[in-house]
Design a protein around this ligand. Structure first.
Ligand SMILES: NC(=O)c1ccc[n+]([C@@H]2O[C@H](COP(=O)([O-])OP(=O)(O)OC[C@H]3O[C@@H](n4cnc5c(N)ncnc54)[C@H](OP(=O)(O)O)[C@@H]3O)[C@@H](O)[C@H]2O)c1
Length: 260
């Protein structure tokens, strides 16, 4: 039996980290996949290993890059079965000290691009009466995160949007899931200026990129609304639902003094 039910896939942010690992797992399972990112040479390294892999070199922070990907996911002839909105990055530090231009880029990628690609993909999938949409969010989406305020807010948007879309698409045959990883060693830490986390947080706090990618792909195949990889983070998310919001907020602020 095939490992995944997907006939084809498109993964944004496939040049490193979780997206690159998902692309490899899809390739190993024989799923032809479209790889999207800005660093095309990284995409080529992966694409050359697998039959049926293609690439779109796109900056999803630009209208032209976004239009190229929206065109691909809504094209009825290509009929992409699984769309993974994975590209994203975070800003860290005191909100008032952060560059507003960088904050705008973060919102454009994590929120605007993800929303428009979801809209284009789901329109085509509803038409076909089948398909899979996997939006990569974060455990940071479940409570405010001082020190990562805008990043956590963008991911709260992603989780909220995705849960709503999961319900809207319930009767259509289309699966919609949010993948909410905890700490995972990728290029994310360097890009979000959180490289010190690697020394601050113990080994057990880190989830492997392989297990995050496989949990996401398996979870959307099963139409899980929310996918939280790893027992530690499953437990933390479960308790965040029962802890009063004021307490969760304070705990998160205390954790940020460890983090920063
Ligand atoms: N690592 C963690 O601890 C963690 C935890 C929770 C959630 N997440 C989420 O997981 C997702 C993947 O992150 P990661 O950890 O794998 O980080 P990563 O290694 O930095 O990968 C990010 C990917 O996004 C792409 N990307 C960034 N800006 C882009 C743009 N403007 N246009 C197109 N592609 C762009 C990058 O490709 P190019 O630079 O080549 O364009 C890269 O492939 C993100 O949404 C992140 O928020 C990560």
């Amino acid at each position: 039996m095939a490992r995944f039910p997907f006939a084809s896939a498109l993964v944004t942010g496939a040049s490193s980290g979780i997206g690159a690992e998902m692309a490899k797992q899809l390739g190993d399972a024989g799923v032809p996949t479209v790889l999207v990112a800005r660093r095309v040479e990284r995409l080529q390294e992966i694409a050359h290993r697998y039959d049926g892999f293609t690439m779109i070199e796109a900056d999803l922070g630009t209208e032209s890059g976004l239009a190229a990907v929206m065109g691909a996911v809504s094209d009825s002839e290509i009929a992409i079965d699984l769309v993974v909105n994975n590209a994203g990055f975070g800003t860290s530090g005191q909100f008032v000290d952060l560059d507003p231009g960088r904050l705008g880029e973060e919102i454009d990628l994590n929120v605007k691009a993800l929303t428009k690609i979801s809209n284009a993909a789901l329109g085509a999938m509803r038409e076909r009466g089948s398909g899979y949409l996997l939006n990569v969010s974060s455990v940071a989406s479940f409570q405010p995160a001082p020190g990562l305020a805008v990043y956590a807010a963008t991911k709260a948007y992603v989780t909220s949007l995705t849960e709503a879309l999961h319900e809207e698409m319930r009767a259509t045959g289309v699966h919609v899931s949010a993948l909410c990883p905890g700490l995972t060693k990728t290029e994310f830490q360097e890009r979000s200026n959180t490289s010190e986390y690697e020394a601050t947080f113990p080994d057990f706090a880190w989830t492997s990129v392989e297990s995050v990618a496989s949990a996401g792909l398996a979870g959307v195949a099963k139409n899980r609304a929310i996918i939280v990889p790893g027992a530690l983070y499953k437990g933390l998310v479960a308790t965040s639902g029962v802890v009063p919001r004021s307490v969760a907020r304070r705990l998160s602020a205390m954790a940020s003094t460890i983090r920063t």
